[in-house]
Each structure stands twice: as structure tokens, then as C-alpha cells.
Design a protein around this ligand. Structure first.
Ligand SMILES: [Zn+2]
Length: 86
């Protein structure tokens, strides 16, 4: 069952210098500022554009997101998303 209050809006800055918007499910509630709409599938757009972007696996993403929420919670909340740099 989807829990909308556990989906975090994440932006990944990949090695090609663009940002990828991804919805990551975490194991805790997040404030409304950081939530995103869970989509039917995982928010990956790999293969679209064929950019050869390296995006972490969903397990890695979960871990990175959790760490960012712990270390940079206030800043992420102000931004409205969690920023992950590769
Ligand atoms: Zn990219």
C-alpha cells in the first residue's frame, strides 16, 4: 500500500551535469515540503535520451536519501527536495 507521506522528492545531479527528478520511498515520514507523488513505476527515466547517465540503484538511493535527510534536513526542506550529487 503506498504511503504518500514517505515519498521524498529527490534530485540527482549526475556526472553529465543534469538533474534527474526521482521519487524515493523512505522508511519514515517526511514533511509535506519534501513529498512527491508516488508514480505507478519507479521514477527512473533511464534510456530516455540515451545519455548514459549513471544513476544509483534504488537501494543506494534509499541509503543516500536517508543520509541527506539526516545530515542536511533543514536545507533540504528549504529547497523542497533532497539533492544528491554524484
Ligand atoms: Zn543525467
Amino acid at each position: 500500500m503506498p504511503q504518500p507521506d514517505r515519498y521524498v522528492s529527490v534530485k540527482i545531479e549526475c556526472s553529465s551535469n543534469h538533474s534527474h527528478d526521482i521519487c524515493v520511498e523512505v522508511d519514515r515520514q517526511v514533511p509535506p515540503e519534501l513529498r512527491c507523488e508516488p508514480n505507478a513505476g519507479p521514477g527512473y527515466s533511464q534510456g530516455g535520451g540515451g545519455g548514459g547517465c549513471s544513476i544509483p540503484s534504488s537501494a543506494q538511493l534509499k541509503e543516500l536519501t536517508r543520509r541527506e535527510l539526516r545530515d542536511n534536513f533543514q536545507e533540504s526542506k528549504r529547497r523542497g527536495y533532497v539533492l544528491i550529487r554524484r
